[in-house]
Design a protein. Structure first.
Length: 163
């Protein structure tokens, strides 16, 4: 594949949806495009506004939060793996996630999960809910607050163990 063909294919790909620069560089490497040509292609995609890590971060945060129910920690980790700059990650998380909706999302997820663990011993059920929320990438302080709210609303026995 020539560098012009690679540029054309990547421009078409970027036109269909936001892409991370690291993903495009990996495609160029697999297509055996020379590093100097790859840099030129990436630079041109940025100049022509086909490629923007800031836009990618915003789209990624929006999608993973709304459609996958991921928390801030998991989203930020995934973006760091894509080599997105920390400033774009922080800005996207702040701009795209409403604090109240974020809390409500975790509450809804924990309420749904509670139905599957309610038959366990109270301590085991609470631990399962915390592990579930943490695996979704929510912050531990929010997990504990939501757990207490969900547990009180459920009217299940409260065998709390002090931490």
């Amino acid at each position: 594949m020539t560098s012009e063909q690679a540029l054309s294919r990547l421009a078409a790909l970027c036109s269909r949806g936001e892409q991370a620069e690291s993903d495009l560089r990996e495609k160029l490497r697999k297509w055996d495009i020379a590093p100097a040509d790859a840099d030129r292609i990436i630079r041109r995609l940025k100049e022509e506004n086909f490629l923007s890590d800031e836009r990618y971060a915003r789209a990624f945060v929006r999608d993973k939060w709304r459609f996958n129910g991921w928390g801030r920690i998991k989203i930020a980790h995934a973006l760091r793996q894509k080599r997105i700059a920390p400033q774009w990650i922080d800005q996207a998380l702040d701009d795209e996630i409403d604090a109240e909706a974020y809390h409500d999302t975790l509450m809804h997820l924990m309420q749904a999960k509670l139905r599957t663990v309610a038959s366990r011993e109270p301590q085991a059920a609470r631990a399962a809910l915390l592990r579930f929320a943490a695996s979704r990438g929510f912050e531990s302080d929010l997990c504990y607050r939501c757990l207490d709210e969900v547990w009180r609303a459920s009217k299940l026995p409260n065998d709390e163990v002090t931490d």
